[in-house]
Design a protein around this ligand. Structure first.
Ligand code: NCD
Length: 311
């Protein structure tokens, strides 16, 4: 199978088939086994250019670390105040210029559709690092890869996705990705933060989905619980946020009601939805998940930059 990522935009995980996902998972395994010196050839002389219109810790740093591990470099803007965006420069002009200086462009922006728009303008491929509440495709790739590594499979699992299912973009990319597998999905949220209807219609034929508002009723059957932060910044009214914040907290009591090998995941940052008191347990895999992020993104960048790379 030819490399499906070479020179491709990564705007939505829906643009990729199951074989493509498996291609990048296999490449992540093989790249992680490479010697330092071999790995350092894959991005030599190449540049990742990024701009973040919203805050980021893991996404930006894991991409930078990944690019460095391939022998490449990163340039970019994470503080808009120090850029010409502050002077009123448009997204279109900003992307056109980053395109001149980079081989791959990484964009995070508060608007749905921003990455698709940027991809139409730039010559070099765009990676969507989060577009509004729409999607965050590379997060979903690393989430699926984490499930595969930690559970040894994806098919046959029961996955609970908990928290802000209305505004959480990682949730949408993860669901679209899971739709390639035979999994049972339990969506747990306050009634006001249920998954958006148009997305539910899209995936309900491909996935076994059930919606809940009580976490306890899904715990005994769950293999993977994917917890999300209530996305305060996306609420049109802060009082609405106040009503739902702190609805779910994963702690020792939650683990006591769950399968002994339940895997607790979170894209991070967490606020109060996972208690630090479970960080030391074998169930808490959210920091491991963040570390798989660097390896998966290194594989993705290597594939985007090297046509003949095989898995
Ligand atoms: C997420 C995001 O930006 O969507 N963060 C991340 O990339 N890991 C999740 C969040 O902000 O809650």
């Amino acid at each position: 199978m030819p490399n499906p990522f070479y020179d491709r935009d990564i705007v939505s995980i829906r643009d990729f088939a199951k074989d493509d996902l498996e291609f990048v998972f296999d490449t992540t395994d093989s790249i992680s086994r490479l010697k330092h010196s071999q790995r350092g050839e894959l991005g030599k002389g190449r540049t990742l250019g990024y701009i973040f219109y919203e805050p980021s810790t893991r996404t930006r740093m894991s991409f930078e670390a990944a690019m460095a591990s391939l022998g490449g470099s990163s340039i970019g803007i994470s503080d808009l105040k120090s850029s010409s965006v502050e002077k009123g420069e448009s997204l279109a002009d900003t992307i056109r210029v980053i395109d001149l200086y980079s081989d791959v462009i990484l964009l995070r922006h508060p608007l749905d559709g921003s990455s698709r728009f940027a991809a139409e303008l730039s010559q070099n491929p765009i990676i969507n690092a989060g577009s509004g509440s729409e999607e965050h495709p590379t997060q979903a790739l690393l989430d699926l890869y984490t499930i595969l590594k930690e559970k040894g499979k994806i098919d046959g699992l029961s996955v609970a996705i908990v928290g802000d299912l209305k505004y959480g973009r990682t949730v949408y990319s993860l669901l679209y990705g899971l739709a390639n597998y035979k999994v049972e999905v339990h969506l747990v949220s306050p009634p006001t933060l249920r998954i958006r209807k148009e997305s539910l219609y899209e995936i309900q034929d491909k996935l076994k989905i059930k919606e809940h508002s009580k976490l306890d009723e899904v715990l005994p059957e769950t293999d993977v619980i994917y917890v999300t932060r209530i996305q305060r910044e996306r609420f049109p009214d802060v009082q609405e946020y106040e009503k739902v914040k702190g609805t779910y907290t994963i702690d020792e009591n939650t683990l006591a009601k769950s399968k002994s090998d339940i895997a607790v995941m979170h894209p991070l940052p967490r606020v109060d939805e996972i208690s630090q008191s479970i960080d030391h347990t074998k169930n808490a895999i959210y920091f491991k998940q963040a570390s798989y992020g660097k390896e998966l993104r290194a594989a993705l960048l290597a594939l985007m930059l090297n046509e003949n790379l095989s898995r």
